[in-house]
Write a protein that binds this ligand. Sequence first.
Ligand SMILES: CC(C)(COP(=O)(O)OP(=O)(O)OC[C@H]1O[C@@H](n2cnc3c(N)ncnc32)[C@H](O)[C@@H]1OP(=O)(O)O)[C@@H](O)C(=O)NCCC(=O)NCCS
Length: 168
Amino acid sequence: VSDDLVIRRAEPADVPGMARLAGALVRMHHRVDPSRFLLVDEVEKGYGWWFGREIARPEAVAIVALRAGSVVGYAYGTLEERDWNLLLDEHGALHDVFVDETARGHGVGQRLVREAVAALEELGAPRVILSTMVSNETAQRLFRRCGFRPTMLEMTRDGETVASPKSG
Ligand SMILES: CC(C)(COP(=O)(O)OP(=O)(O)OC[C@H]1O[C@@H](n2cnc3c(N)ncnc32)[C@H](O)[C@@H]1OP(=O)(O)O)[C@@H](O)C(=O)NCCC(=O)NCCS
């Protein structure tokens, strides 16, 4: 499966494929916890607009995995300045990693994460930070293999008007 796989920096022609996968990433989160994770109308269109801008920005890193010319995975991160609220000095932020279901389990995710981290470090990031759903153990295993360690735990309290996710 990974024989004809190409991993490289994203180009403008990759944006629709990246946006399709970003839409799937958003829908996945929203399905698990709709109170915490938003789902906006025309989410793919929104990401198409966003990635189109981001891939041209020097502080942004977008890596794609292509099989037979189609985008089957991507990773996206940005170089960020000191953040007093997060108690976090200059860092790379890895925002998205997604591999199409048909391409999973062959090391594509690991290659994308490693490439994105290397590109952020090349931009000068002394550390790279990411967030992942507490329940997403597959992703956590991948990130640990790539050298990440658990550091923060986000907690959400739903207001009275918000239906909380079913537990269990
Ligand atoms: C998390 C995700 C990116 C992983 O992508 P992937 O391409 O399957 O990642 P890898 O192939 O590198 O690793 C996945 C598994 O395949 C195994 N694997 C990798 N190469 C392999 C090979 N050649 N042969 C057999 N197994 C292999 C890995 O050991 C790993 O096993 P584990 O889950 O038991 O730890 C993917 O599942 C995904 O897109 N999920 C939905 C989105 C998501 O959760 N994103 C991250 C949170 S933001």
